[in-house]
Write a protein that binds this ligand. Structure first.
Ligand code: FAD
Length: 424
């Protein structure tokens, strides 16, 4: 069986890693480098992830792959600390009791808030929350005030227009458990990408970089044609390891109708990477700057992982790409957040800075979109679309991509054995 994979991001590579053991696999990547959102950039003589990635102890499948590849020695676990800047003041949120020091809510609200977080963390099935929006869910279980002060800034940070975001999204974020013990690869995701590429090539698969797939067609014999301009190659199966929006653009009307790909809004993301002359704080920190002027932002001090004083300041946009004008505002917001985190900070601490942005990084999880996923949109024999698959977890993370790669491998093995027994 000949299999084509579109996209050599972590999803395409994880699928190829499994499939290349059994089948003939070709991966097509439009950039001259692999990794997509997990790729690295050269920054002041460092090779550094453009968006920093970390794992939680619950990310079982990707941890299994890391171990399989012999990289367990590169995966280190750190106690992450979390800080929030609320009304311009810094709060260390790492301790379980920090909730009780939060300003602006009364004792009754604190208790409901704590009970809500515990209940959400132990719930195993977030689907039952999907009938509500995040706002309705929090307001019903905590209070309107708790939502306004603590959840709204976070949802606004990510989605701006958050009114239709599913409670399932918030549940999955709370459940993710990335607040305390977090795992990161020393050397960054580049270490994992390189090892996967070696294994994939070792298993005989072709990784074709710098080749954009422009069109996909299904033939009458149920083969799949991938066009790069006017020339094409034919395959038995195709895996589209790219966003649903990009997938739709590659299909003609007929294929679009057959596939019935779920429609979603997408987020665009951007990140400043700053190299500081001295540490912002000791340890690995996630800082949430609640809306002070303009949008809230999240700042990650990755110094203890990168070995340098590296700080990431990420932003998301639900509509429109991140523009030059946005960048200035993002940078100024970032400076004010850094001053709140460490009052000694001033701009002369910044040795180097760099900005990146990517479009279509993840679908917005609305109830409508999740319903479309469950109803099986985007699934047709021989065509696999990880983004349209729901495999227990709702969020788009490296671990969920690993889970989906395993699932697709099983589906293709099953299809292959059915075909073999039919022809036999
Ligand atoms: C700011 C940020 C922080 C994150 N942090 C974490 C984290 O800490 N932990 C975690 O687990 N996850 C994190 N994630 C999520 C994680 O990065 C993604 O889930 C994962 O990288 C998605 O991989 P992918 O292969 O599906 O997509 P992508 O990385 O987008 O890869 C798709 C690839 O397809 C290629 N492509 C697209 N169209 C074509 C075409 N027509 N022809 C050929 N090639 C094409 C692209 O060039 C790209 O290389 C983060 C994401 C962001 C944006």
């Amino acid at each position: 069986m000949q299999i084509a994979i579109i996209g050599a991001g972590i999803s395409g590579l994880l699928c190829a890693y499994r499939l290349a053991e059994e089948f003939e696999v070709s991966i097509f990547e439009r950039e001259n480098y692999p990794g997509g959102l997990c790729s690295s950039v050269s920054f002041d003589n460092l090779q550094i992830e453009k968006y920093n990635h970390f794992f939680s102890r619950y990310d079982k499948e990707i941890i299994r792959v890391i171990n399989e590849l012999g990289l367990s020695g590169s995966l280190s676990w750190k106690k992450a600390r979390q800080g929030s800047i609320i009304d311009g003041k810094f709060f260390d949120m790492s301790r379980p009791l920090s909730l009780f020091g939060l300003p602006g809510i009364n004792i009754f609200e604190r208790m409901r808030f704590a009970a809500f977080l515990v209940k959400a963390s132990i719930a195993n099935d977030g689907l039952r929350f999907n009938q509500q929006t995040a706002r309705v869910w929090v307001e019903g279980n905590c209070t309107k005030n708790v939502f306004e002060r603590y959840f709204k800034p976070l949802l606004e940070f990510k989605f701006q227009n958050y009114g239709d975001v599913s409670a399932g999204y918030l549940w999955a974020r709370i459940k993710e458990g990335k607040r305390n013990d977090i795992g990161a690869l020393s050397g960054g995701m580049g270490v994992l990408l390189e090892s996967l590429m070696d294994k994939i090539r070792g298993r005989g698969a072709k990784i074709i970089l710098g080749k954009t797939i422009k069109r996909i067609e299904r033939t009458l014999e149920n083969k799949w044609r991938l066009y790069d301009n006017e020339s094409f190659e034919e395959f038995d199966c195709v895996l589209c390891c790219i966003s649903l929006k990009e997938t739709v653009r590659l299909c003609n009307e007929e294929l679009k109708n057959i596939l019935n790909i779920p429609d979603a809004d997408y987020l665009n993301a951007g990140s400043y990477i700053l190299k500081l002359k001295r540490p912002l704080r000791q340890g690995y920190w996630l800082f949430v700057n609640h809306k002070e002027r303009g949008l809230s932002n999240v700042i990650i001090d990755a110094s203890s992982v990168t070995g340098n004083n590296i700080v990431y300041c990420r932003v998301y946009r639900r509509t429109g790409s991140i523009t030059e004008r946005d960048r200035e505002k993002i940078f100024n917001n970032c400076l004010s957040a850094l001053r709140n985190i460490n009052p000694d900070f001033d701009q002369t601490w910044i040795e180097k800075k760099m900005f990146h942005a990517d479009n279509l990084v993840e679908p917005v999880l609305t109830n409508e979109f999740i319903d479309q996923l469950f109803s099986g949109g985007g699934r047709v024999e021989g065509f696999y679309l990880p983004e349209a698959m729901y495999e227990r977890h709702l969020l788009k993370t490296v671990n969920t991509q690993a889970e989906k790669a395993k699932l697709i491998f099983r589906m293709i093995m099953e299809r292959n054995s059915n075909e073999s027994s039919n022809t036999g």
